[in-house]
Unconditional design. Structure first.
Ligand code: BGC
Length: 796
């Protein structure tokens, strides 16, 4: 197993275990299981969680005297639990062993990224020198998205007797993985039934509370040497107990194979009948493992990014987790991009704007998956229309946090763990999420050439978001411009003006500039629709010339505030107090969550020029300098290089990086302008999860947006890659720390196009096919073609 494909931990550290569990999660896009030790149940150290994509449940809880509803990605029964103890011939039974046991001598966790296999090896030895080696191997099947398996091997050293093994299917689980949510009701499963079938099969069936999704798990346990089980069950779970003889140099094995079925699967079938039927046909472990490995090989061929060295190893881990959350199987599901993967319960499995950072990779490697994720948004267009209508607006207003239905799922109150206070959460005012959805539609169509989608579902999304912006913008005669008021920008810290009675800030530059962009693209898409489709859509959406004239006007006259020669994050940002950053750093060390620190002090971050994450600078992430100039130019503002550079350095000094997205975006922006500090931010983004830089948050789930963003930083950021009709434009920027890399991408009808970057030059290889040549546009305007079956080199 080559080092570049391995992720490993070689000692047991209880404090690090939640991080290990998150980073060793295995999944196949349909469901995932955290990389927890099979010996342990949920507690403060261990948290075995299994999550099914899109399986949410709604409960009402009372916190701070208020009733709050929360919709959570449901933690499913634990299928991995395996307890064991030694029964030596010459002594009393030992204790049930776990990594906490005094007898633990060695503990190693290996994640094989190429094969998608998690191995955990433990070695115990008691005071009399009696040893037991335990090796677990786990897979969540990439080929068959309903299946997972775990094989455990026991080997005795210096004694003989038996190992008593309990194979447990544990339905007594709750959503309890995030300390901050412990006040919320987390018991999402009810109506449990349990039982056994022949052939070592145990099963559990239960349902979520609301909307009552039925879930069935069938687990087959097979031992070698084969032994009958003593089977006991209660209403919440099953236990199969085996007594396996062990002698030195001969091992005993236990294989648990899981089939997971739910009432949302297609074709529809009773989940329990389907699960207990399918488990009888699930292959034995070796065959299951080879089919799983072969499926991963296919996924890697399409998805791999190869970068030499340690950065490349981390990037591969990022690709791995992205593909476990959103795999080719996702194309068959109605799910969005969960911000924290299927790896934990932070943010309750909700879908934010983070797909903005995830879709570019999928556009290039797995366009069918990208399209499916956009369809998740399309199916929730009626909910977004309804949200706009209730707010007194037109068009579609996508929710800041989305889950099953597409209604707003942002919590009404959030806890500041520092002060212990529950506070109103106004982050739902981040209306910019709608522009992110529209942006993703447009970019997907540009990257893939899928005009069919753009002209149907895509156009509808874009036009409805544009319509919302045109209606939300209010003309201010004093400014002679349109304004969008009462919102929150990506920064999130600023949710109101100091001492204001109502939440929201006005004219967030990012919100307004991207709204102008959406309006302009809405007009573009209408312009390019075939006549019949244009008439049909205009009629269905009741779009008339008067409304389109307003779009044109708003798209050219939205207000973007400036102060001191820089773009203002929002109107009045420049009037806020300056924070004494050094004093806060000295006093608190880590000040990423400055909002919590200030609130706990009885102050508020709203008073200061202090941002959580890139906000105005997000513009420099979405748009290249020339595109940004064009966008501002259309709005009647001159945004020259000098103003943009001044804006970048202004906000860099005033940002606490309280989100993992922040360093990523700053890394991009600086790399684009060849800023000296680019690598510092890129490196921080690379380390965000593996080093858990936000101080304990990764254990609650990976940061999928930041992970995907780092991959994209290499694939599109460093290469300056864009898809153009018939081919690619490549305009590399130098990032000395990542001088060489290779990846394959889809470009129009060409699949498996290979791009190789080396210092000073790059190559493009187009696989043999009946397609025409691929056009390559280069810096300085040169245009070449690469024939199928050919590789061509270019100077960088
Ligand atoms: C960030 C948001 C992000 C969310 C989910 C928050 O901390 O501020 O921008 O969408 O996390 O990842």
């Amino acid at each position: 197993m080559s080092a570049g494909w391995t992720w490993r931990y070689d000692r047991y550290d209880p404090e690090r275990e939640p991080l290990v569990e998150a980073l060793c999660t295995l999944g196949n896009g349909r469901f995932a299981t955290r990389g927890s030790a099979p010996e342990c149940t949920a507690g403060t150290t261990h948290y075995p969680g299994t999550y099914l994509a899109g399986c949410y449940d709604r409960l009402t809880s009372t916190v701070a005297g208020q009733q709050v509803e929360n919709e959570d990605l449901v933690n499913l029964p634990n299928w991995t639990l395996l307890r064991y103890r030694c029964l030596p011939d010459d002594g009393p039974p030992g204790d049930w062993l776990t990594p906490e046991a005094e007898e633990l001598r060695r503990y190693e966790v290996h994640l094989d990224l190429r094969a998608g296999v998690l191995a955990r090896r433990l070695f115990y030895e008691d005071a009399r020198g009696r040893g037991l080696r335990v090796s677990h191997v786990r897979v969540v099947h990439m080929g068959d998205p309903g299946v997972a398996a775990q094989r455990t091997l026991f080997r005795a050293y210096g004694w003989k007797g038996a190992v008593e093994v309990r194979s447990v299917l544990d339905g007594d689980v709750t959503n309890g993985g995030v300390e901050r949510y412990r006040h919320l009701d987390g018991r999402h499963l009810g109506g449990h039934r349990t039982g056994f079938d022949s052939g070592g099969v145990a099963w559990i069936s239960c349902r979520t509370v609301d909307p009552g999704i039925r879930i069935a798990m069938a687990v087959r346990t097979v031992t070698r040497p084969a032994r009958p089980a003593r089977e006991t069950a209660d209403s919440l779970g099953t236990v199969q107990t085996y007594r396996l003889p062990v002698v030195p140099r001969r091992s005993a094995t236990v294989v648990k194979t899981l089939v997971l079925r739910t009432s949302t699967d297609r074709p529809a079938a009773d989940p329990l009948t389907a699960a207990t039927d399918l488990i009888t046909r699930a292959p034995a472990f070796p065959r299951l493992l080879s089919a799983h490995t072969a499926a991963w090989q296919r996924v890697w061929e399409q998805g791999e990014l190869h970068v030499p060295g340690e950065a490349g190893r981390i990037l591969r881990l990022h690709v791995f987790h992205l593909l476990q959350t959103l795999s080719p199987h996702t194309a068959d599901l109605d799910v969005g991009v969960p911000a924290r993967g299927l790896h934990g319960e932070a943010y309750r499995g909700h879908v934010f704007w983070d797909e903005l950072f995830v879709l570019p990779y999928l556009d290039l490697h797995f366009p069918e998956v990208a399209r499916a994720l956009l369809m998740y948004r399309y199916r929730r267009l009626p909910a977004a229309r309804e949200a706009a209508r209730r707010a007194g607006h037109e068009g579609a207003m996508y929710p800041w946090q989305s889950a099953s239905s597409g209604r707003e799922e942002t919590q009404a109150l959030h806890l500041n763990p520092r002060s212990g206070r529950w506070l109103p959460d106004h982050s739902r005012l981040q209306r910019h999420v709608g522009s992110a959805v529209a942006f993703n539609v447009w970019r997907y169509a540009q990257a893939t050439g899928d005009r069919g989608f753009l002209h149907s579902e895509g156009a509808e999304i874009l036009l409805e978001v544009a319509r919302h912006w045109a209606g939300a913008a209010v003309y201010d005669p004093a400014l002679r411009r349109y304004r969008i008021r009462g919102v929150v920008g990506p920064d999130e810290y600023h949710d109101a003006y100091p001492d204001a009675a109502a939440p929201g800030i006005d004219d967030n530059a990012y919100t307004n500039a991207t709204a102008a962009w959406v309006l302009a693209r809405g007009l573009d898409v209408l312009g390019e629709l075939p006549g019949a489709r244009r008439s049909e859509l205009s009629e269905r959406l009741s779009l008339d010339d008067g409304e389109l004239a307003r779009w044109e006007d708003v798209s050219r006259r939205l207000y973007v505030p400036f102060h001191q020669g820089v773009v203002s994050q929002f109107e009045g940002y420049g009037d806020l107090a300056e924070l004494d950053w050094e004093a806060y750093r000295t006093r608190y060390g880590d000040i990423r969550r400055l909002d919590r620190i200030l609130e706990a002090e009885g102050d508020t971050v709203n008073r200061y020029q202090a941002s959580k994450q890139a906000d105005t600078l997000m513009l420099g992430y979405l748009f290249r300098p020339e595109e940004l100039n064009g966008l501002f130019g259309r709005l009647g503002y001159a945004l020259d290089d000098e103003t943009w550079r001044a804006t970048v350095s202004y906000y860099l000094r005033r940002t606490s990086h309280g989100s993992t997205l922040s360093s990523l975006v700053h890394g991009w922006v600086l790399a684009r302008q060849r800023g000296a500090d680019a690598w510092r931010y890129c490196e921080e983004a690379l380390l965000a999860d593996v080093a858990d830089v936000q101080g304990g948050t990764t254990g609650e789930g990976i940061h999928l947006g930041a992970m995907a963003g780092t991959i994209d930083l290499v694939e599109r950021g460093i290469t300056g890659l864009d898809t153009v009709p018939g081919g690619l434009r490549v305009a590399p920027v130098a990032l000395a720390e990542i001088p060489r890399f290779t990846f394959t991408l889809c470009c129009g009808r060409h699949r498996g196009v290979r791009l190789r970057m080396l210092p000073g030059r790059f190559a493009i290889r187009v696989p043999a096919s009946p397609e025409g040549p691929l056009t390559v546009e280069r810096p300085g305007g040169g245009r070449s073609t690469v024939e199928p079956g050919q590789e061509r080199w270019f100077r960088r």
